[in-house]
Design a protein around this ligand. Structure first.
Ligand SMILES: Cc1ncc(COP(=O)(O)O)c(C=O)c1O
Length: 452
């Protein structure tokens, strides 16, 4: 590391995403300088076990996936960049589209539209949804419905369908025509219903009611994460997404699956939609598609949706949307290698098995620590522990406790993510059983210390 770069520079010279610009002065961020496998190296030379796959559930294959690094280096040497806008394509983008089509055929996906990340993929899906209806002559269908507690990125479109007020309040007014319905979150919901199946039916009834209230012929799309991620990791009951699919199909509403976190093995299946046995109309991809080594995303499009654009003869089918880095050849080379490694290492199966071990360990922690109000997971490597100061009232623990816990766990050699009163665990899909235990032990010790 450049010896002149210290944490003081981090506080003076840059603002962090999702943080108050003054916070780093009080809570200096950990400075990460290296990574190997599941491990990180910090600026003090400490080895830290990464329990969140690069901090943002994206480095699915760990920090030293050599085939991906090599593919990127080779592509840089051969063709570092060429555009995919009208008139040309680069060969890697075309090759990746073919591979993605094969991977996602069981999900009904047939075309790829590339982006630079998750927010871009969501923006693309929302725009294409409106255009799809216009092309079919359904010109009033412009509204979007989403789930509360969802997270769909921070572009104005994505923020408008986000289910958390904190991503919206300071940036309003947002996109008109965006509405939300309760998420199937058994621990906190407006129906006071803790049974997942009954809650599913209540949430589906609320969705149906919202569609009727808006009038179905004005609704363009419903967007959802198969398992809600950044909103606190909320896996729905298995019947939820299939029931959403049925409602959307009945009303001619497109179903957009935001697979930015769930895609490529994290749920223990190739996609979250497949995990629930659902074929959406579009899918948003990013993060794990390159195991986080290059900012690339894609909006995947079903054959039926594609057909409406491709058969259009009026010129309105032109997709007047795209990014300079849509289908960047280095990103596509990274994705091709990452997908090949995902298959070769069978990380999807590992995610399912290690996820079960986490749940067993988390149940034991919940029995031991009064601070744990709820544990969530059980569908691959996507877990959360929600902390409360009182189990009866479910009052969240203070930010001070969360800050101390984050530090205590780090002192135990593990980095986790804390979001509001929740500890989020989402390690790389290559994690081994012993490392699952190390993470659980660090959390156990941290909880013991903050409670003392
Ligand atoms: C489900 C989901 N959608 C969209 C996004 C936005 O992706 P990005 O940060 O790459 O723009 C995220 C990011 O965490 C996400 O979790």
């Amino acid at each position: 590391m450049n010896q002149h770069i210290t944490n003081d520079h981090a506080t003076r010279d840059m603002w962090q995403p999702m943080n108050h610009p003054a916070d780093p002065f009080k809570n200096p961020p950990k400075m990460i300088t290296g990574g190997e496998g599941m491990m990180l190296k910090d600026a003090d030379g400490r080895d830290i076990l990464d329990a969140l796959a690069g901090g943002l559930w994206n480095v699915n294959l760990g920090h030293s996936c050599e085939p991906v690094k090599q593919a990127m280096a080779e592509q840089l040497a051969k063709l570092p960049y060429y555009s995919n806008f009208r008139g040309s394509v680069n060969d890697k983008a075309v090759e990746l589209s073919h591979v993605l089509r094969e991977w996602l055929e069981p999900d009904g996906m047939a075309r790829a539209f590339y982006t630079s990340g998750g927010s871009d993929s969501v923006e693309t899906a929302l725009r294409l949804a409106r255009q799809y209806h216009k092309l079919r002559g359904d010109k009033d269908r412009y509204k979007f419905i989403s789930l509360r507690n969802s997270y769909h990125g921070t572009h104005f479109g994505g923020a408008s369908v986000n289910g958390g007020a904190r991503f919206k309040r300071m940036y309003e007014p947002l996109l008109p025509g965006c509405f939300s319905v309760p998420a199937p979150w058994t621990y906190r919901n407006p129906f006071d219903e803790s049974d997942p199946e009954r809650l599913t039916d209540l949430c589906i009834a609320a969705l149906e009611a919202e569609i009727q209230f808006q009038t179905p012929d004005t609704v363009a799309a419903f967007i959802m994460e198969p398992i809600l991620g950044a909103g606190g990791v909320i896996p729905p009951h298995a019947s939820f997404m299939p029931k959403v699919r049925e409602v959307c199909s009945r009303h001619g509403i497109l179903l957009i699956a935001d697979e930015v976190i769930c895609g490529f093995g994290r749920t223990g299946d190739v996609t979250g939609s497949r995990h629930w046995g659902v074929k959406p109309d579009m899918m948003c991809l990013a993060k794990g598609i390159t195991t986080g080594y290059f900012p690339l995303g894609a909006c995947m499009i079903s054959e039926e949706v594609a057909e409406v654009f491709e058969s259009n003869r009026s010129g309105d089918g032109v997709v007047a949307h795209g990014y300079t880095y849509s289908g960047h050849p280095v990103g596509c080379a990274a994705a091709l290698a990452a997908l090949a490694e995902t298959k070769r290492l069978n990380v999807t199966e590992n995610a399912a098995a290690r996820g079960d071990e986490f749940m067993t360990g988390m149940k034991a922690l919940a029995e031991k620590h009064e601070l744990i109000g709820d544990i969530r997971g059980g569908e691959g490597l996507l877990m959360a522990l929600e902390l409360v100061s009182d189990r009866k009232t479910k009052a969240p623990v203070s930010k001070d406790i969360m800050d101390r816990l984050y530090q205590d766990i780090y002192d135990n050699g593990v980095i986790v993510r804390t979001s509001a009163n929740t500890i989020i665990l989402s390690p790389a899909l290559i994690i081994e059983p012993g490392q699952v235990q190390t993470i659980l032990n660090a959390v156990d010790d941290g909880l013991g210390r903050v409670a003392a």
